[in-house]
Design a protein around this ligand. Structure first.
Ligand code: DGY
Length: 418
């Protein structure tokens, strides 16, 4: 079977009608940013199904504008921590944390390539929900008023065990975590997953949020883990830009102005995330005020967000060049020269097709077509060699994490199969 048909098969196997799961077993529910990316894949053969994916996600949006990171449409005993642990008191049940807000950007992609007349009503219906989601971030997750996104849980970032969180997470007191059974390591090799001590922190933070009954204002103020995430910041700012284009389409002049102001706010304050020793953008611990000190694939999303000076972009390109000389496939999720680099362990080394897509898009738009093409070629080669894994070893190309993964299949159909 050719890769195109196999990619569709992966998407269909993980399709539960009005939403998809990232992969059965390991991730058996609807995940926020996974769904948004997977809409791109559906869009190559069914516009209707593509829109439905994101519409289902936003059907679980809270009054406040918050969009959960997992929607537990139906119980699955193979996942921990499930709805009984999160206790959201919503229907369907969901988690009390969010994920990188890529949805507006994905809706723009669907809108641009689709049948405008047929999709207009759908755009009009989802647009206010996207606006509410972005406003939630500025109201609840921008404590510095600088257009820089605060995260209160590593799972929110999508980059669960990135070394960017190591120092900030060490502060979390896990002595009351209690006993629990991890399920992820029954599906995937333990060496590819976060460590037990990291899980203790994830569960401790979950319990902290749950004890507030998911009061997001309180959590943002009192959480023992408060980091300004470079990845979520770049993604939100780009999503503001894409939402602004949608607002223009709909003639929403006041919202266009609101988004322009926000984009400028982030652009003017992005130096907060510039580590001048590292010469790169990275996340910053809000409690200690210290930068993470790690170059990750998210550092290169500065191009996607169109932020940073010419000089800063040159430093980033020099890092990319250096990193490219150390690995076979770009972009590793951590600088391979870091002493914490682990080529097969989740976000401490492997390459993720979705991050590559965003980074390459940004590089291309900023005139760096050669780098964009190199990233595209590497991503394509990884899928051709190893199939639709969750992520890939940047040194050998071997698949890592879950197999039969929806967003990798989606990225193949949308971006690589050309
Ligand atoms: C997990 O369960 O590993 C997820 O990454 C949480 O989002």
């Amino acid at each position: 079977m050719d890769l195109d048909s196999r990619a569709r098969e992966v998407m269909q196997d993980n399709d539960l009608g009005n939403y998809t799961v990232p992969t059965k077993g390991l991730y058996p529910y609807q995940w926020n940013w996974d769904s948004a990316f997977c809409a791109l894949g559906f869009n190559t053969y069914s516009e209707d199904r593509a829109w439905l994916e994101i519409e289902t996600l936003f059907a679980s949006q809270w009054q406040s504008g918050f969009v959960p990171h997992i929607i537990f449409h139906k119980q699955d005993p193979n996942y921990f921590p499930g709805p009984d642990v999160w206790q959201s008191n919503t229907s369907p049940e969901c988690t009390g944390i969010t994920q990188p807000p890529v949805s507006a950007s994905m809706i723009l992609a669907l809108w641009k390539s689709g049948d405008k007349r047929a999709n207009k009503a759908r755009l009009q219906a989802i647009f206010p929900k996207l606006v509410a989601c972005h406003r939630w971030f500025y109201r609840t997750r921008d404590p510095l008023n600088k257009g820089l996104v605060l995260t209160v849980h590593p799972w929110e970032t999508g980059r669960d065990n990135s070394p960017e969180w190591d120092a900030a997470a060490r502060r979390i007191d896990t002595s009351e975590v209690g006993t629990y059974q991890r399920k992820d390591i029954t599906h995937v090799n333990k060496d590819m997953r976060p460590l037990d001590e990291e899980y203790d922190r994830y569960i401790t933070l979950l319990k902290f949020g749950r004890a507030t009954q998911w009061d997001h204002d309180r959590i943002a103020k009192e959480s023992p883990f408060k980091v300004i995430d470079v990845c979520m910041t770049m993604i939100l700012s780009r999503a503001d830009h894409d939402l602004m284009l949608l607002a223009e389409e709909l003639g929403e002049a006041a919202i266009v102005e609101e988004l322009k102001t926000r984009i400028a706010l982030t652009r003017n304050n992005i130096n907060y995330l510039w580590d001048d020793q590292l010469k790169a953008f990275c996340s910053k611990d809000l409690i200690s005020g210290l930068p993470s000190g790690h170059i990750t694939s998210a550092s290169f999303l500065a191009f996607y967000a169109d932020v940073g000076s010419q000089e800063q972009r040159e430093y980033l390109l020099a890092h990319l060049d250096r990193i490219a000389s150390k690995v076979k496939y770009l972009i590793p999720s951590l600088d391979p020269e870091s002493d914490r680099f682990d080529s097969m362990r989740y976000w401490r080394g492997p390459v993720w097709s979705v991050v590559n897509y965003l980074a390459a898009l940004g590089l291309k738009e900023c005139g760096q077509s050669v780098w964009a093409q190199r990233i595209l070629d590497d991503t394509r080669a990884l899928v051709k060699e190893s199939g639709f894994y969750e992520a890939f070893c940047p040194l050998t190309g071997a698949g890592t994490g879950g197999d039969h993964f929806t967003w990798t299949a989606a990225i193949w159909l949308y971006w690589l199969d050309i």
